[in-house]
Ligand binder design. Structure first.
Ligand code: AMP
Length: 187
């Protein structure tokens, strides 16, 4: 069983790398952003709740996000996983600790992709041309970087302290970053 988190600011390439990593470890790719977007598209009650926060570039409230992840991690196919975009707050870290303890499971590593600030903005503006995502406007893109710095960057010292953090340079081509990730994780 392999259980990984992938972290990094919006635009760092988490989603792209998480898909390949999940298939490499034979685990589930669990992206909270993807689950929210699917719910918004289907107009479910969860989607209705999440949409206003997402459009504003704010985090969906912890109790909503935590309940969703708790359900997903209970699925049979989630024994090995790459969690992409969760946890994003200290409250979510505590919840994830609790969920994993209940399952008798633990994390193997927490990967963080680092990318220059200006490169992040440039990548997201480029993605905005084709993504159709309502949160890919320049104002919201800049706001989401600030939310990451305020709410999510403080998680890094927590995982560093636990000896789980693996920092990987996320600049360069997708293939270059994949190779660095695999090396950092010994895959
Ligand atoms: P992402 O696709 O990971 O960039 O997520 C898109 C949006 O979904 C974020 O800007 C948040 O509004 C919401 N979201 C995704 N994951 C979380 C999370 N762990 N906690 C709160 N909100 C989240």
């Amino acid at each position: 069983m392999t259980r990984l988190l992938i972290m990094g600011p919006p635009g760092a390439g988490k989603g792209t790398q998480a898909v390949g990593l999940a298939s490499l470890i034979g685990g589930a790719h669990i992206s909270t952003g993807d689950i929210f977007r699917a719910n918004v598209a289907e107009g479910t009650p969860l989607g209705v709740k999440a949409k206003e926060y997402m459009d504003a570039g704010q985090y969906v409230p912890d109790e909503v996000t935590n309940a969703m992840v708790r359900d997903r991690l209970a699925d049979d196919d989630a024994q090995s996983f790459v969690l992409d975009g969760y946890p994003r707050t200290l409250d979510q870290v505590a919840t994830l600790d609790g969920i994993l303890a209940e399952l008798g499971a633990s994390l193997d590593a927490v990967l963080v992709l680092t990318v220059d600030h200006e490169e992040l903005i440039a990548r997201l503006l480029k993605r905005a041309e084709t993504s159709g995502r309502s949160d890919d406007t320049e104002e919201v893109i800049r706001g989401r970087q600030e939310v990451y710095i305020a709410e999510t960057a403080p998680l890094l010292p927590v995982y560093r302290e636990r000896g789980l953090l693996r920092e990987v340079d996320g600049m360069g081509s997708i293939e270059e970053v994949t190779a660095r990730i695999n090396e950092a994780l010994g895959l």
